[in-house]
Design a protein around this ligand. Structure first.
Ligand code: SF4
Length: 337
């Protein structure tokens, strides 16, 4: 869009670099702050919006380590949520949404209960990151990681997701290293293969949540479209190409997928693979009867993985007091829009 403005007005091409440096690098808070452009040149930017999203609400967790923002799209007023997580080791990770709602309807996920209400554009995805980058800049901190794990299934909005990754990793724009981007999928194999063939070299997280096809089909409707075998084949190809470890996300739901035999089956599935299991104690959502696994059951599950030499971590729940934890993003007022 900026490129178009420059072209239409016969401005020199170096104006693009000046814009990118100010907008993505210096994180200006308005077009007026792009001082490398004259006032007259800046006025040309009035035909585009500085940011595509308005802040509806912003919540900070009691521990101050998580900020959740409910954004309202300027385009149609629909609401999405984005979360910044600040880790003790210095990582500042933004969890971005790529859709309003989600069509996949995983049984344990609040976003899935909303249904699908629209794809976000690449600009809207990038603007979520820039919003938090501007906040962090005030305290001389930076975004270190971006994870596509908010509202929506990235593989079903692939073109916009790819464009947003291009902007975030472009060294002349936001300049984040590719390995600092993590894209998640619930298992859309065809689109995932395209992402990899197109050159994606970031990290991958697969929402697994069950170690076998039968249980997976009960928890996630997508499992009927793409089998576990197909998913594992696609991930093996990705690992062969990139030598990068895959994260296997596994929500622990009491007496649903947290049995000792589930842990054993998961171990057998992942033995010999470059894998890390992210165990996520289930976060309760309205209208769903699942419960979080008890500490005893979680302990036994972990012990089985450990005894089988499977890399795993038990995710420390962040932001559950502001409904910002995994699976809880629902854009509280979306239902009314
Ligand atoms: S877990 Fe992800 S893919 Fe499944 S419904 Fe929720 S947002 Fe969609």
């Amino acid at each position: 869009m900026v490129e178009q403005i420059i072209k239409n007005n016969n401005l020199p091409l170096y104006k693009i670099d000046q814009f990118n440096k100010a907008f993505y690098g210096d994180l200006v808070v308005s077009f007026d702050d792009i001082t490398t452009w004259s006032k007259k040149e800046r006025q040309l930017l009035n035909e585009i919006k500085f940011i595509s999203l308005d802040v509806q609400t912003q919540q900070i967790s009691k521990k101050q380590d998580t900020i959740k923002v409910l954004f309202k799209r300027k385009l149609d007023g629909k609401l999405i949520e984005t979360v910044l997580m600040r880790f003790e080791d210095g990582r500042n990770t933004v969890c971005v949404s790529c859709m309003v709602g989600c069509p996949v309807n995983c049984t344990f996920c609040a976003t899935g209960k909303l249904g699908f209400k629209g794809n976000l554009t690449a600009t809207e995805i990038v603007d979520q990151v820039l919003y938090f980058a501007r906040i962090l800049k005030k305290e001389k901190a930076k975004i270190t990681n971006v994870v596509y794990m908010g509202m929506g299934e990235p593989m079903l909005n692939l073109e916009n997701v790819q464009q947003s990754i291009d902007i975030l990793t472009d060294s002349n724009k936001f300049g984040l290293g590719a390995r600092r981007i993590t894209v998640s999928t619930s298992g859309y194999v065809a689109q995932f293969n395209k992402l990899v063939v197109d050159g994606f070299r970031g990290r991958v997280a697969i929402s697994l949540h069950a170690p076998n096809q039968v249980l997976r089909e009960k928890l996630m409707p997508v499992a009927k479209a793409y089998s576990l075998d197909q998913i594992m084949q696609a991930l093996d190809n990705y690992v062969a190409l990139t030598n990068k470890r895959v994260s296997y996300e596994y929500v622990l739901i009491n007496k649903v997928n947290d049995m000792q035999e589930n842990a054993q089956e998961l171990s057998e599935l992942l033995t010999g693979r470059l894998a890390h299991v992210n165990l996520i104690p289930y976060n309760s959502i309205k209208g769903v009867e699942y419960e979080r696994s008890t500490p005893e059951r979680i302990k036994i599950f972990c012990e089985v993985l450990k005894s089988n030499n499977i890399n795993y971590s038990l995710r420390v729940t962040m932001g559950d007091d502001i409904s910002a934890a995994c699976g809880q993003l629902a854009g509280e007022t979306v239902e009314r829009s």
